[in-house]
Design a protein. Sequence first.
Lengths: 279, 273
Amino acid sequence: MSTAAATFVSRFGVWWTILRICIEERLVYRGDFALGTLMRFLPIITQTFLWTAVFVGAGGPAAIGGFTRDEFIAYYLLTYVARAFSSMPGLASSIAAQVRSGEIKKYLVQPIDLLTFLFLSRLAHKLVYYAVATAPFALVFYICRGYFHGWPDAPTLGAFVLSLMMSFLLGFFLEATLGMIGFWFLEVSSLLFVYMLFNFFFSGHMFPLTILSEPWRTIVLYQPLQYLAYFPAAVFLGKVQGPELVQGLLGQAAWTFAFIVAARTAMHFGLKRYSAFGG
Amino acid sequence: MQPNYFAVFREFARNSLVREMTFRGNFILDCISSLSWVFMQLGLYLVIFEHTNQLGDGTGWSRWPFFVFLATTLFVNSLVQFFFMTNMEELSDLIRTGNLDFALLKPIDTQFLLSMRKFEWSSLANLVFAAILLGVALTHLDFTPTPLQMLLYVFYVMCGVALLYSLMIGLGSISVWLGRNESLYDFWFYITNFSRYPMEIYSGPFGTPLRLAFTFAVPILLVANVPARLMAWPLASQDWRLAAYAAVASIVALVASRKVFYKALDAYRSASS
């Protein structure tokens, strides 16, 4: 075996070990996890009633912002799927906390890259999450199947899956970049809170972004947060098609790439600034 | 000797204010963050009322009456947060660690002591915002509320606080039996989520049972709906039966939750040595 191949095999072995440990760690509280996931769908009930009332109050229009009433409910359910991929609870704050406490030293003295380690650990977290959350998700979607008009065609479904994968990457590197700010500022919790608010609003978790009036509508469809919830859901519902769909996926890829570079760059310069004391 | 409850209450308020003022920057950030959530809610409804004139058909919840409703929800919730939230969050910890012993030993009513030890002063930011929102909304209504309405409004906001508090202390009691109740706060959030909307939106074959359940079994729909209706609509179009029921329900809830709480305390076994 050549040295390059041997290096790769050993590196892959390390990745595999990290992934396996993280999965086992995550599986400890699976019961609580599944119940918590089911409870998280409860706001769907009030959203259904609220938007039904909005449509009735508006005199029963065919659609608001391009979404019918049923599609609104389907949209909310799909944003849950999208956020299951893109949300990274605690990622940025844990990076910042490790910088502050000096725990980050261990990545400097061991042959493990910080971002790779975090990425694998997050991947493990997500894999376990899907394994446990599939049942409650399937149950809720089965109950609400009336709000969907069947499955979309294969290309749309493919685009949906692709955008979900990218939303995972985008979510991870965006949060990681924010966490790296911890190299420059000691306390980032208030900054992260502001980000969380923006994320909630501009990712489209509260409502489909197209119901905003101009110029807001155009503006929000240029920012990266839309890819964390709005875009995948809109793709599934067939709201983005043809050249628009290709453009959207390319846009998402571009933002993802930009934040991969941003996270790497921030870590590079952050580590140069970083000084560790004590043992 | 009977303790002077008012003096203790004042001392609790003062202590918590002193504590919050020790970290003033943090206090201001807390105010800003709780206000931001409110602004987002307001943003959602501003967007919604761009697309419709009212919620539901003929319900009377058009833009400005609805903002009276929103302000009412904020009033009740920020008052609950101000007086009770921190204390209830700590209750399950006190039980788990056995520190509840110290509360039981003090010569003062235990429910009073555990419910009001710490005040969350930063939630008053939301209260101030609610007052402004209410003021603006009232000037846009097509009638002027009478002094009687104002008086009833204050009374029913207090009823709403009483209802939510009863639910809270009831849930808190459960943690005595369970020993630990971490999802208590989640459950609280999801249940009270139902109370944040006008009750008229819960209609249809699924909505009507839901509305009845949250009016009569767990009366959280009364919390904001009753005071908001009293203020947002003229006196002539009020449902007085609902208002009378809400007053009775609040008293019953307070009495019942106190009973449950003391029953739970009887079951408490200290965890410390």
